[in-house]
Design a protein around this ligand. Structure first.
Ligand SMILES: Cc1cc2nc3c(=O)[nH]c(=O)nc-3n(C[C@H](O)[C@H](O)[C@H](O)COP(=O)(O)OP(=O)(O)OC[C@H]3O[C@@H](n4cnc5c(N)ncnc54)[C@H](O)[C@@H]3O)c2cc1C
Length: 285
């Protein structure tokens, strides 16, 4: 089941004023923001499905799609982890506690939570791809007995590129087999070196036919992660990826984020692999 946003059904153009409550420095060039919105009627709802995103608007600069990266059970704010990339994110990096920005959302589809129940799950995160997967991890941990084995395979260029390292022990204690790898070993790193697919390839899946693979990261990583999953016996229809395309309206109208017949903003960003595989292999699409 895919989760469609209530914002799309209501008014996708409604930009609310969001206040920055906290800023946490994560890794170089990446910060996590806690945002609250004030609605005219006084109440604000922070519901979202893990995998969904908001559009953050910096007046006079522009708007960017940014995934939810916090706990979906949290009802007091939205959490976003943002890497400085260009104008919008650079301007955001110059803001601090108490500053305001515009916000539309939530938009898009979520990870297939209901389908995952009763299954084994391989979560694959590359770099900042960890951000939209963290809400899923919180959700799975809060209902841990509903799922069987859970692996988190997490990769980054080097150790200082791994996101949310402070939480890995909690996740491990919560029953998630966290496995890390880096492309380049730096001083003090005694763990695995190599791409995430190497770790996927050596998994001993007890029941591949009842295993899901969910992935977010660079597109090339997701293609190879899917191929590794398929080699291990995971069906394509049990593989889900979160895709990123430059987007503008977030409401399926402008066409900026179109991939084949899919609008990543409303049919995605989380899509079943068999639905989009053939478009991922067409260059420049
Ligand atoms: C569904 C979705 C979720 C996202 N979640 C996050 C998140 O949680 N954290 C985060 O830091 N970033 C996230 N991004 C990426 C983020 O939207 C872009 O990095 C951001 O728009 C850059 O805005 P900017 O104005 O700072 O840079 P710009 O000046 O707009 O862009 C800088 C460069 O990046 C390119 N670019 C911009 N957006 C994209 C894109 N989406 N895909 C490929 N190239 C792009 C531009 O063409 C340009 O070359 C997400 C994108 C999508 C589509």
């Amino acid at each position: 089941m895919t989760v469609h946003s209530t914002a799309l059904r209501a008014n996708p153009w409604l930009t609310r004023t969001a206040r920055i409550e906290d800023v946490i420095g994560e890794i170089s060039g990446v910060c996590t923001y806690r945002l609250t919105v004030s609605d005219k009627n006084g109440g604000a709802s922070y519901g979202f499905a893990p995998g969904q995103f908001n559009m953050l608007y910096l007046p006079g600069v522009g708007e960017s799609a940014i995934s939810m990266s916090g706990d979906p059970a949290r009802t007091d704010s939205w959490i976003h982890t943002v890497r400085v990339a260009g104008n919008v994110t650079k301007t955001l990096a110059g803001l601090g506690r108490g500053d305001t920005l515009g916000l539309r959302g939530p938009f898009g589809t979520g990870w297939p939570h209901e389908e995952l129940i009763g299954n084994d799950i391989v979560i694959v995160a590359g770099g900042l791809g960890m951000a939209p997967l963290r809400p899923l991890i919180y959700q799975l941990m809060s209902q841990r007995d509903k799922f069987n084995r859970i692996w988190l395979i997490c990769g980054a260029r080097s150790f200082d590129g791994l996101l949310y390292v402070r939480e890995y022990n909690t996740w491990r204690k919560g029953g998630i087999d966290v496995q890390l790898t880096v492309d380049r070993a730096t001083d003090g790193w005694a763990g695995h070196v190599g791409v995430v697919t190497l770790l996927i390839d050596r998994l001993q899946l007890p029941r591949p036919e009842q295993t899901y693979l969910v992935a977010c990261g660079p597109e090339v990583m997701m293609k190879y992660a899917a191929a590794s999953g398929i080699r291990l016996g995971i069906a394509e229809k049990r593989i889900w990826v979160s895709l990123e395309r430059n987007m503008r309206c977030a409401a399926g109208l402008c066409g900026h984020c179109q991939l084949g017949p899919e609008f990543i903003c409303k049919d995605g960003p989380v899509l079943r692999y068999d639905r989009i595989r053939k478009y991922l292999f067409v260059e420049q699409l």
